[in-house]
Design a protein around this ligand. Structure first.
Ligand code: AMP
Length: 284
């Protein structure tokens, strides 16, 4: 395993790998690796000849300076973990390597980026779309792996990949959870022990909605209301949003019919903001 800091070296290595007719799997991360990230890496390892993991805390996607500054960073620890997962390369550039002097070109994905997370975090998806474009252009992966936990990010990346014609297949992997059901996140470490226990209510609320859906409830606002009421019963939680939207277009819906529906939640516990979601579709 090699750690690469320079974009040009990453690009030429990746080009060489592709020339050898090997498939490149790419897993973009911000580090502070947990089992959620590792599940993507295991999948990439199974599907691809060469696995590249990027570790880059992308300043452009943080709208709160404090959140960016507090984001956990430990490349040595992350590299030690990745060495056990047969990762071939870690791409860990400095911010100046990605956003050089006079950087002025941003990627903005219309329609999908102003609601849900985008409404609470202005500019977030512009930062995500821009860095993913730069990383895809550098690495040109055959497959790129993303977690369902960030459902809106998945919708944005799929749109971006289609619209800009990247020759990369997007693979989406299920959300990995702690034993309580809380979705794994690097931010969970900032919860107190009590908050971490109580934050399991988010998953419980989504499960309640799924049970109601299975029981025949097809009214999207009523399902969202079940989620809202379950979380509101937990005094440590402050809801940011609960929304039921079309999983691909993220447009609000009223009745669940053919298309998969995303129920997405963001809630704060103390000063930590957590997100989670489920997809409801006919198969369930
Ligand atoms: P991040 O380091 O938070 O930018 O996440 C990197 C990738 O890991 C993204 O595609 C996330 O969606 C994915 N990811 C983060 N947490 C989880 C989780 N609990 N389960 C599955 N994937 C996750």
């Amino acid at each position: 395993m090699e750690i690469i800091n320079r974009r040009q070296r990453m690009a030429s290595l990746s080009k060489k790998i592709r020339r050898e007719n090997k498939t490149v799997g790419f897993v973009p991360t911000m580090g502070a690796l947990h089992e959620g990230h590792l599940s993507l890496i295991v999948e990439a390892r199974q599907m691809c000849d060469v696995v590249i993991v990027s570790i880059f805390v992308n300043p452009a996607q943080f709208n709160e300076k404090e959140d960016f500054n507090k984001y956990p960073r430990d490349l040595t620890a992350d590299a030690a973990i990745l060495a056990n997962y047969q990762v071939n390369y870690i791409f860990a550039p400095e911010a100046q390597e990605i956003y050089g002097e006079n950087f002025s070109t941003y990627v903005y994905v219309e329609n999908l980026t102003e609601t849900l997370e985008g409404a609470s975090r202005p500019g977030h998806f512009r930062g995500v779309a821009t860095v993913v474009t730069i990383l895809f252009n550098t690495i040109r992966p055959d497959f790129a792996f993303f977690g369902q936990k960030d459902a809106q990010q998945v919708a944005v990346i799929q749109r971006l990949t289609t619209d800009l014609g990247f020759d990369t297949e997007i693979v989406v992997a299920p959300t990995i959870r702690e034993e309580t059901g809380l979705a794994m996140s690097s931010r969970n470490a900032r919860l107190s022990a009590e908050e971490r226990q109580r934050a399991a209510v988010i998953f419980q609320s989504l499960r309640q909605a799924k049970i109601a859906y299975r029981g025949g409830e097809r009214n999207a606002s009523r399902l969202a209301e079940i989620v809202r009421q379950t979380i509101e019963a937990e005094p440590l939680a402050r809801i940011d949003y609960v929304s039921a939207v079309d999983a691909a277009t993220l447009a609000p819906i009223e009745r669940i019919a053919e298309n998969p529906v995303l129920i997405a939640v963001a809630a704060r516990f103390g000063n930590v903001r957590l997100i989670d979601n489920i997809i409801l579709n006919k198969k369930q």
